[in-house]
Design a protein around this ligand. Structure first.
Ligand SMILES: *Cc1c(COP(=O)(O)O)cnc(C)c1O
Length: 394
């Protein structure tokens, strides 16, 4: 065997996004014990930073030791018991995954299905909640498979009104658009590290409200998966009395270096300012869209529902979708995403997430895409596309 040397890549797909050198450097610092007092102090800082980032001062916040899907699984497995009713809004691949998990937790699942590319319709969700007592309402805030943003405040409000606990997938939203657990009155919110937080994949920050914690404590049967059982996890992350003050009992070994990386990415976000990061994502999105439209390309999602950090672009008639991705990867070291499910072959997904949301990324992507389209015989004016983007960046 030989050491693995990854090729240089510019990551503008649906995640992972580019990881900044400071986060990579943090990951390489010496490993210490997970019960070391200095490591426990780091854990406390991460918990407090996540409360601040989710705006969840009254929630318990921890990073789960697995990627974003672990947050989803923890939410479903901890909140749902056999016989519970769960309403799941499905407007893309990740909503579908939530519904699958809710069923595996033993719940009776009612899905509210939407056309891909559309936001979740609160009126239809309310109709489903009104039919029968419901334990959980689950939905995706930023549906990465389509690029559509849903109205989390309205949906969490509907859950509360109908006595259900809300589960909000914020894997792609956190750090890229406003996420506000307190204002939404959300119960369980989770995210991932490799989207707008720009750390490597492998951790899932999660926030759990007091109401959700009470529901978990009051379960009739044990949580069926051990690693993500919130009652056990909090004896590790929160201390045996839940106070957070040391005295942790061993549960699993925290992914120590991955947590150095998350910590550094949180330091970077607060240095920039969470609001400033949100504005940066919006500006880069406006510039990219102006450039794409100047190149004659069309977006899938209506302007008012678009996610700045995930741009879904329609593949023009006659263009080989996969050949374009191969071209930009080979010629420009640029990774963009393909469509999933019903959008397979029909769209590209261009991420502007975290450290990948810069003017340089926007210009590079437009230039590479125009070149790849030209190779397919589609005439586009790359200079005009970059100029249109630049006009928005001034
Ligand atoms: C990426 C993503 C996930 C899954 O995260 P993994 O880290 O791939 O497990 C879940 N939901 C949404 C909306 C995502 O974008």
């Amino acid at each position: 065997m030989q050491s693995f040397q990854p090729p240089r890549r510019i990551l503008m797909g649906p995640g992972p996004s580019d990881v900044s050198p400071r986060v990579l450097a943090a990951l390489a610092r010496p490993t210490i014990g997970h019960l070391d007092p200095d490591f426990q102090a780091l854990m406390e800082e991460i918990k407090a930073a996540l409360q601040r980032l989710f705006n969840a001062p009254d929630h318990a916040c921890v990073p789960l030791p697995a990627p974003g899907t672990a947050g989803m699984e923890a939410a479903m497995m901890n909140l749902l018991e056999p016989g519970d009713r769960a309403v799941v809004a499905v407007n893309g691949a990740f909503g579908g995954r939530m519904a699958d998990m809710a069923g595996r937790a033993g719940a009776t699942v009612v899905t509210v299905d939407h056309e891909w590319g559309r936001p979740v319709d609160p009126a239809r969700v309310e109709a489903a909640l009104a039919e029968a007592p419901t334990k959980v309402l689950a939905f995706v805030h930023a549906e990465t498979s389509t690029g559509a943003r849903s109205d989390a405040a309205s949906l969490c409000g509907l859950a509360r009104k109908h006595g259900a606990l809300s589960v909000v997938d914020c894997v792609t939203s956190l750090g890229g658009i406003v996420v506000d657990a307190a204002a939404w009155d959300a119960d369980v919110i989770y995210s991932g590290t490799q989207k707008c937080l720009s750390a490597p994949p492998g951790l899932s920050p999660i926030a759990i409200s007091k109401q959700a914690q009470a529901a978990i404590r009051g379960r009739k049967e044990k949580v069926r998966n051990w690693l993500l059982d919130f009652n056990l996890l909090m004896a590790y992350w929160g201390g045996p009395d839940g106070s957070g003050g040391g005295g942790r009992t061993y549960h699993h070994t925290a992914p120590i270096n991955a947590l150095y990386g998350l910590h550094e990415s949180l330091v970077a976000i607060f240095e920039e300012g969470v609001q400033a990061a949100v504005v940066r994502h919006a500006r880069m999105h406006e510039a990219l869209v102006a450039g794409l439209e100047a190149a004659g390309l069309e977006m899938l999602v209506e302007p008012k529902d678009r996610l700045p950090q995930l741009n879904t672009v329609r593949v023009p008639d006659g263009v080989d979708e996969a050949a374009v991705r191969t071209h930009v990867l080979n010629a420009w070291d640029l990774e963009i995403g393909a469509g999933l499910g019903p959008l397979k072959g029909k769209v590209w997904r261009i991420g502007l997430m975290g450290a990948s949301a810069t003017p340089w990324h926007v210009r590079l992507c437009l230039t590479a895409l125009c070149e790849a389209l030209a190779a397919q015989g589609v005439k586009t004016d790359a200079a005009a596309a970059v100029a249109a983007a630049d006009a928005r960046l001034r």
